[in-house]
Design a protein around this ligand. Structure first.
Ligand SMILES: [Ca+2]
Ligand SMILES: [Ca+2]
Ligand SMILES: [Ca+2]
Ligand SMILES: [Ca+2]
Length: 270
């Protein structure tokens, strides 16, 4: 006869497979554009996405790219509509380690946060430490028709966190013009790190914003199209408790199903 105690035994066996809890120390995780593109998680022209960065801690990031009314996204150099994961503005990285290319065409030079700028926002599901990433190709037109201006801010619980900037080349094609701002000052050569900067946050952050538009040092009222690349994000995920030797949920369900099917089968034969 099929009894409730037999089901309890089957459930108990499946749960026993779950194993012991253990602590996973703080560990490095990344958001890798090449991987996202290869997995079809970032496609040309995409302006938002949510990505799981670490299954142990459940750390995820929401990315939103907001475009002001007085600017637009476009393509460049035979590439596809941006934001696009490509190798046009990825510094000295190889074609197999692409960046997120953002190419804009503002109608006017303005100020960060106004309608002539775009904003790349990344919101993490929990605060992370040691966040760093590179931005590539911050530079200035040699005929003054466009200028990259990039403003980077971190936040933790709504409080501003100041970034650290480190140029990747000795003769950079940009200058740090205040604690948050990078302006193009010269031409950055293709496939060089002239316009590349490594951005790090010493303190923990739960979100960052990259505002991108035109700088003030140009001779035209309507800037021409210009672009930058955003590199991979690396950070430290917090220490987490994890369960060792856990079967996949589907496996657990399958084991349960098999156990119950076996019991039901036995009942039929009884
Ligand atoms: Ca390249
Ligand atoms: Ca990469
Ligand atoms: Ca324009
Ligand atoms: Ca540029």
């Amino acid at each position: 006869m099929f009894k409730i105690t037999q089901v309890s035994t089957a459930l108990g066996s499946a749960i026993a497979l779950a194993g012991a809890l253990s602590a996973l120390p703080a560990h490095a995780v990344s958001l890798d554009w090449e991987s996202l593109a290869q997995q079809g998680q970032w496609t040309d022209g995409q302006t938002s996405g949510s990505f799981l960065l670490d299954s142990a801690s459940g750390l995820s990031v929401d990315i939103d790219i907001l475009i002001g009314e007085d600017t637009s996204l476009n393509s460049f150099g035979g590439g596809n509509l941006t934001p696009s994961v490509n190798s046009i503005v990825n510094g000295t990285q190889g074609d197999d380690d692409r960046s997120l290319h953002i190419q804009i065409d503002p109608d006017r030079a303005g100020t960060p946060g106004d309608s002539s700028f775009m904003t790349f926002a990344a919101d993490f599901s929990q605060a992370v430490s040691g966040l760093s990433f590179s931005i590539f190709d911050i530079d200035l037109s040699n005929i003054g028709t466009w200028q990259d201006r990039v403003v980077v801010k971190g936040y933790k619980d709504g409080e501003l966190v100041t970034p650290t900037f480190a140029a990747l080349a000795s003769a950079a094609s940009f200058a740090v013009t205040d604690a948050f701002t990078l302006d193009g000052t010269g031409v950055g050569r293709n496939d060089s790190n002239d316009g590349a900067v490594k951005i790090s946050f010493a303190g923990m952050v739960d979100s960052i914003e990259i505002a991108y538009g035109s700088g003030p040092d140009i001779a035209v009222a309507n800037p021409e199209t210009h672009g930058i690349g955003i590199g991979d994000f690396t950070m430290t995920a917090p220490e987490t408790l994890e369960v060792e030797d856990v079967p996949e949920p589907a496996t657990t369900a399958g084991l349960l199903g098999l156990s119950i099917a076996a019991l039901v089968g036995r009942r039929k034969r009884d």
